[in-house]
Design a binder for this molecule. Sequence first.
Ligand code: IMO
Ligand code: MG
Length: 422
Amino acid sequence: MENKIDVVLGLQWGDEGKGKIVDVLAGRYPLVTRFQGGPNAGHSLQFEGHSFVVRSIPSGIFRAGSVNIIGNGVVLDPISFKAECESVRAMGIVPEDKILISKKAHLILPTHRLMDAALESAAGKGKIGSTLKGIGPTYTDKIARHGVRVGDILREDFEKKYDALTERHIHEFGALGFECDPYAQKEEFMKAVQFLRTFKLIDCEYYIDSFLREKGAILAEGAQGSLLDIDYGSYPFVTSSNTTVGGVCTGLGVAPSKIGHVYGIFKAYCTRVGSGPFPTELFDETGEKIRAVGHEYGAVTGRPRRCGWLDLVALKYTVMVDGVTDLIMMKADCLDGFHEIKVCTSYKIDGQETTHFPFDVLSPIEPQYTSFKGWSKPLAGITREEDLPDEFKKYIAFMEEYLGVPIKIISLGPDRDATIQR
Ligand code: IMO
Ligand code: MG
């Protein structure tokens, strides 16, 4: 049978638990790749009493024998990557042996991070709530065709390229009236680039092609969520990359026919960090309870996440755009003890009921809910399907019917072992 690339995607606004699932699935895949995003991601892994948050490194890093690729669609910050590698090394893993980096990935410069801050402070009320990791400005330079790429660090004139882009940014800071010291981190950056040179830099598209033909299946790990996609998300409150399935093809250099399973991850409720529309957001005690029980605080920025009921309208939309074949449901155990559990099954917009995710997500949307009775016994700790309470079985059967895709994995706790595979 032909080897394929299976994909793990977040179907909401990020923080669905992709790290845990990639870590669980990574046992089956000798190669794990990231294809978009950058250190705006924070994927939490828990195993054998350890907990770890990866940012740019694929979540397969702690699996024995796994190869981990940072693909060309990723934007890489050498400074934060170096720090991340040192934490991995402290866990007994040699990052240089396990991580390969595409030469075509773009580099995040210190001035890209400053530019993120400059643009956010100039935005006033229209702030995106960016993670300030320089993601948007780096992708902007990539599309504008003057970005600096990982492969450029092997060129003798690398420093010239760095300086030229920095000078460009200095002009832009001037226009924004933003004051900063653009060269303050140059030395640290160049040291981190030196560190990057000790890694194997590859032509990811060739590597993946021969890996699929000769070695085995590949797992592609999405960052952020489909509702943060630059094209299909809640624009302009989105990230600057294609987080949906098409990003896999452009971010790794593979054809659509090579894609196998698309695992779509969602939480049993919704969260969002940063600004932007969130139709089912709760501003009451229920929202606070979800935040407290689910520990919904940002892994990258520590910000409290906005919380609300599960939005099946938005979920069905991302299931469609991504061509999800297998659903993975996270954190239903956080709803243990709720008497009533709601899911949004349609929107009312201008008095009209609809199940379409609208173009203008900034206009007022009234979510219409279907209610479920809470389950009679806690889900936390259950590891066998037959032990699940009937109320919960009814609830997930409804969801599978609504979404038209089976729920193949139910995760009921952060640890690797707290996972029911169906
Ligand atoms: P993981 O991979 C949740 C959000 C930011 C902001 C918007 C744009 O852990 O799910 P950016 O820094 O990308 O320009 O910010 O996107 N955001 C995330 N939210 N999880 C993430 O990643 C995110 N990465 C970016 O909060 O609203
Ligand atoms: Mg996150």
